[in-house]
Design a binder for this molecule. Sequence first.
Ligand SMILES: Cc1ncc(COP(=O)(O)O)c(C=O)c1O
Length: 437
Amino acid sequence: MDSTSTTDAPDIDGGGAPSGPAVDLFERARNHERAEIIAAAREHDMLPFFRLLEGPAGPVVQMEGRERVMLGSNNYLGLTGDDRVIAGARDALDKFGTALTGSRLLNGTIDIHTELEREIADWMGTGDAIVFTTGYQANLGALSALLEASDTVICDAGDHASLLDGIALSGAKVRPFRHGRLDKLETMLDRAQSDGGGVLVVVDGVYSMEGDIGDLPLIAELTKKYGARLMVDEAHGVGVLGERGAGACELLGIEDRVDLRMGTFSKSLASCGGFIAGDAEIIDFLRLHARSFLFTASAVPAAIGSALAAVKVAKTDEGKALMARVLANAEYLWTTLNDANVRVVDPGMELAEKYAIKPYTPIVPILVGEDWEAGLVWKELYDAGVYANVAMYPAVPRGGALLRTSVMATHEKAHLDQAIEAILKVAEAHPAMLRAG
Ligand SMILES: Cc1ncc(COP(=O)(O)O)c(C=O)c1O
């Protein structure tokens, strides 16, 4: 007798035990498309994921028994080790304990939350801001609260997963366009006119894998022309781009034409958490309707305390100097690799020329192509003492695997030179990393 044939099994057809579902749900987890390759990579210590960090996320890290130049962190300003930011975390821990054990709505809001929200609104120049436990939840909550099934959302296919997930959760009609194809954005805006509901355009300010900045002035112009609303994810722009460090919208001078801006504390702001900034009425609506805000615990006090301290540092002249430094490091890394014929992704030279800006962001990806080769390149670099991230399908299109390097303000030229030397050596054995000719 098999285990489903017990006498307790519900007799749903009135004639003996149910036959059970057509497939075992867990089969998919046990025998998924990548199971074999992951097992082989694990066996040969080739898996680029879940590597153990054994100390602070500085420019050089201790990882699995040795020092490695860290080219895979989003700690863009290097503030995770800043005394003021650490003191912000410690003071909050001392005052409020380890956790708030409740939702922001009920027992999970403390004075540093409201101070942080005011600081962000002031920084972004918006009526208000709302702080979520993570940036992922900020996108999920905002999109699923604002959009209904009768609405249309138009998004760049390269948008971050948290935006795409928030869109899916909302049930709104989705009209995606190929990454950066703003002619298609206009087509979608035109089509959405007859969809019958509200229309929201959702884009990243800086794309997290390729590191390129979106053509936000054109996106804002088209959005306005068709009477739609615009939301920009500034996860990689806040604390890095623009005079005030308010992000790509500031850099490109379109802050007054963007309805909602999302940001995270998990990158330049050296903590964990996220925010949405916009008109006070809309933010207040989110406080009462964003389910990922209402039905989850508030961040731990130390995360809020460190984020607040980091925002305050970022807003000072010292913060601006750190932003200049991280961008100078990115320019140095990109230019040196590009001059050596390495296939660094174009950071957006055309856009830079069009708007007289510098195109660099802290993200300097190198195109490798095939997933398996990106894995080999990653391991050779790792063994040479350099840690970088790998982006494989589905994070990037098939055949578009990247070695995603990123820099910090606290990298010295010597760190970058050490990494460049290692990358060039690895590239000798992997011509896929080099431009032809
Ligand atoms: C573009 C973008 N948006 C949103 C997020 C989510 O932010 P968080 O790490 O705070 O959840 C990330 C983080 O990876 C991101 O890169």
